[in-house]
Design a protein. Structure first.
Length: 150
């Protein structure tokens, strides 16, 4: 399927994030909480600001709008019961952190292959915005994998 972001180097990872939030919104909520228990708001805010600027500087406004719309559709496409709706709302920051990193940093997919405990250390030590922003995604993917293996 061709999308507005198909040309991005990390398009397959953006698609993975969008697909997983449709099927596992609860894991994204848990991932956000788990990932940020050791991180501070200032680090998250700085990573968001830097990544947002990088994405905008790359002239990806239309791509951003298309992904934003697809993420909204993914959230609305899941069941409408109250608990899933609350989980989707709570997971929004985790989803956008991942998408922003994947749009802004073409070389960041390497972080998706790291275990979350190692990525957490790397994010703190390196202060790389992409590592900080992808930490919740890595935690979510780990939780989804555990759930699917059970």
């Amino acid at each position: 399927m061709s999308t507005e972001w198909s040309h991005l180097p990390n398009a397959v990872h953006v698609d993975r994030v969008l697909a997983s939030v449709k099927t596992h919104p609860e894991q994204w909520t848990t991932a956000w909480t788990t990932a940020w228990t050791t991180a501070r708001d200032a680090a998250i805010d700085a990573a968001w600001a830097e990544s947002w600027k990088a994405a905008r500087d790359a002239g990806q406004d239309k791509v951003w709008e298309a992904i934003w719309g697809a993420a909204g559709d993914a959230g609305r496409g899941a069941a409408y019961d109250a608990s899933r709706r609350a989980a989707r709302n709570s997971s929004w920051d985790a989803i956008w952190s991942a998408i922003m990193a994947l749009m802004a940093y073409n070389d960041c997919s390497q972080y998706l292959d790291m275990p979350s405990d190692k990525l957490k250390v790397w994010a703190i030590l390196s202060e790389k915005p992409a590592a900080i922003l992808l930490l919740p995604a890595v935690v979510a993917f780990e939780k989804i994998k555990e759930l699917e293996l059970a």
